[in-house]
Design a protein around this ligand. Structure first.
Ligand SMILES: [Zn+2]
Ligand SMILES: [Zn+2]
Length: 346
């Protein structure tokens, strides 16, 4: 099969021929029909992820059709249209038993712990636990955008943030994660404030349901501006970018007993940001993480998509070919694209 191979960190990956994957006894092989290009792939390529062994095929936001099934798989057959959360649980550890596959002790992540979906085919472990069936009317590019950004944002807003109607929600950073969170928080009835330094992204945020926008470069103090707009601070606030500044602002702009959700990944130099812990104590704030979403929680999200309350297809930007993927991957740190870049021809 054709695959994008990283042979050395920070060197342009190549499109090469490699052996097709075969399914493990509990796994499947999926013919990739669409796969998103994500900032996490860029971090992997930079060498920021200790799980990656070279040579390596990136790609974790995938959707496709099952072409081969391991002998111990009972719920899936060839021809099924599926997607998969970017974190796959092992099915045997205490977290998996408790239903928290997103923090599994022995988790697999396609494109990180094993070869991913910048290829014609990808193998997925523990298929019965981790695969999600796609609704018939959902196209593969939209489905590919669910597994990482959209599902993580759904979990952040609905399961971790427990956002309810009428609450103020601040979203710091209007990339893929932030725009997804804005759409989801708006759909559950919250008043959303979108914060970014790019007016084009803020315009899109408004379009997706934000009731107010703030250009972080144009105001002197972002937390103060949010507190003023919300008359006391956000009930729930998300760092959707993953940066020490947006993390700090997101905690600092909360009202008493508010919740900060860290959704953007903190990698490289950003792993230990400064946090206003005095405010966390004094105002009884909650600080939570959101890291992917369990396969069994996809049902609620897919139902909201099928009924038209959520429309992740609005977040799909450029569609590119596998041949164009290496260039797209190495340029992911440049923040240029509105909407997610998705590989749709192989
Ligand atoms: Zn991703
Ligand atoms: Zn597990």
């Amino acid at each position: 099969m054709k695959a994008v191979l990283i042979e050395k960190f920070q060197e342009l990956p190549k499109l090469v021929e490699v052996n097709d994957p075969t399914p493990e006894t509990h796994g499947v092989v999926i013919k990739v029909e669409a796969t998103g290009v994500c900032r996490s792939d860029w971090h992997g390529w930079m060498g920021h992820d200790k799980d990656i062994d070279l040579p390596h095929v990136p790609g974790h936001e995938l959707a496709g059709v099952i072409t081969a099934v391991g002998k111990n798989v009972s719920n899936w057959k060839t021809g099924d249209r599926v997607t998969v959360p970017f974190i796959s649980g092992c099915g045997s550890c205490s977290e998996c038993h408790a239903g928290h596959q997103q923090v599994c002790h022995n988790q697999e992540q396609p494109g990180f712990t094993h070869w991913g979906s910048f290829a014609e085919y990808v193998g997925i472990h523990q298929a019965d636990l981790n695969l999600v069936a796609l609704p018939e009317n959902m196209d593969f590019a939209t489905a590919a955008s669910l597994g990482c950004r959209f599902a993580t944002s759904f979990r952040a807003v609905v399961d971790q943030g427990k956002v309810s109607a009428g609450q103020w929600v601040a979203v710091h950073g209007c990339g893929g994660v932030g725009l997804s969170a804005i759409m989801i928080a708006n759909a559950v009835g919250a008043n959303v404030i979108a914060i970014d330094i790019d007016d084009k992204k803020l315009a899109l945020a408004k379009n997706l349901g934000a009731v107010a926008t703030l250009n972080g470069a144009a105001v002197a103090d972002v937390p103060e501006a949010v507190i003023e707009l919300t008359k006391g601070g956000a009930h729930v606030s998300l760092d959707a970018l993953g940066h020490p500044m947006t993390c700090f602002n997101s905690i600092q702009n909360l009202r008493p007993r508010g919740k900060h959700i860290q959704v953007g990944l903190m990698l490289g130099d950003h792993t230990t940001p400064q946090v206003p812990m005095a405010k966390v104590i004094g105002k009884e704030l909650e600080v939570l993480g959101s890291h992917g979403m369990q396969a069994y929680r996809y049902g609620a999200m897919l139902d909201m998509i099928s009924s038209g309350k959520l429309d992740p297809s609005r977040l799909v930007g450029n569609r590119i070919s596998l041949e164009e993927a290496p260039e797209a991957l190495i340029n992911m740190d440049k923040f240029q694209s509105l909407g997610a870049t998705v590989i749709t021809s192989f």
